[in-house]
Write a new protein. Structure first.
Length: 194
């Protein structure tokens, strides 16, 4: 609790409430906790995965006390990349290449549907463990441009309500996703990682 109190002097009342919620929500990671991870296009198949305490410690270490909302989004990106690496080693999705075409027909290749579902699962794991102070996990969103729909995971800034896409489809497995305002993502604004 002492470490949380160090940041209180510089926080607004709303932010203070978020810190208290974070302290109350934080729970020890249960290495036996299992979750479903998609392993192919459209999430037609997948595997039940369990992470180790060591895997989860790497994730927890990414979220020290005192991060700003912008820093927390950057850490979310790093955490998603790390979780993709850990899960990929278990499920074979370590072979996933950026987009759909490069890895077409290969085992472990994911499309945006599977990427967005897996990323949403990872975000919920972060949230459930009390690691997200400034953001909540939103519903996945789809945009329809040209001939194909494209899906993304979403986080929502608790203070401003602004939504951000967390899109891991653009890069190979284990690379940080593109995190940008959802409105920019809908417009197809040039990819710009935070």
């Amino acid at each position: 609790m002492k470490q949380y109190m160090k940041t209180i002097n510089s926080l607004s009342i709303g932010a203070f409430c978020l810190v208290i919620q974070h302290v109350a929500a934080a729970s020890a990671f249960n290495e036996e906790a299992e979750f479903f991870a998609c392993t192919d296009y459209h999430c037609d198949t997948g595997e039940t995965v369990a992470l180790t305490q060591d895997d989860w410690k790497l994730i927890r270490d990414l979220f020290p006390v005192g991060l700003s909302p912008e820093e927390e989004r950057e850490r979310i990106g790093r955490a998603v990349a790390s979780l993709e690496t850990s899960v990929g080693a278990i499920t074979g999705t370590w072979r996933d290449l950026a987009g759909n075409v490069n890895g077409s027909g290969r085992g472990g290749q994911l499309d945006c549907i599977s990427e967005s579902k897996n990323t949403t699962t990872y975000l919920k794991l972060l949230s459930d463990d009390g690691l997200l102070i400034w953001h909540s996990v939103g519903n996945r969103h789809v945009r329809r441009r040209f001939f194909a729909p494209h899906w993304t995971a979403v986080v929502i800034d608790r203070m401003t309500g602004e939504r951000f896409s967390v899109d891991s489809w653009y890069f190979d497995n284990g690379e940080p996703p593109v995190i940008q305002p959802l409105e920019d993502w809908f417009k197809g604004v040039e990819i710009n990682s935070e």
